[in-house]
Every structure is written in C-alpha cells, then in structure tokens.
Design a protein. Sequence first.
Length: 80
Amino acid sequence: MNTLALNDRAFAPTVPLLGANGWIVAPVEPRHGLVALVREWLRRSRTRHEITELDDHLLRDIGLTRYDAVVESRKHFWQS
C-alpha cells in the first residue's frame, strides 16, 4: 500500500500570485498556511514603507543607496 508523506512538496497547496511576468503559482507550506503568507505580506509592506523614511547615512549603513530604497519601496507586497 502506498502512503503519502504529508511534507511531500508535490502535494503542497499553492497560491496564485501576480508576478511581473503574469500569474505564477507559489507553493505554500502546509504547516504555515495562509496565515503565514498574510503575515509575510504585511511585513514586506511595512518594511518597504519604513525604508523610505531612512536617511542616506542609515541607508549606507545597510548597504543601500537612495535609488535602491525607492526601487524596493515601489514593489508590491506580494513581490519578494
């Protein structure tokens, strides 16, 4: 009798995401689920907003330019 492992990625649920080149299907780990995905999206949105408020000195400290910060802040919350 064949048994399926619950952690088998071939059977992992997926979520459709709109990427730069159209719709893609991203795997969602069963143990994390939709709640973790929404938390990640909220974190991305918050940090992308916060990075625009850093001055040039702090951006240099983390290895970014003002241009890098603007590019990152213009990404949508679902883009990594």
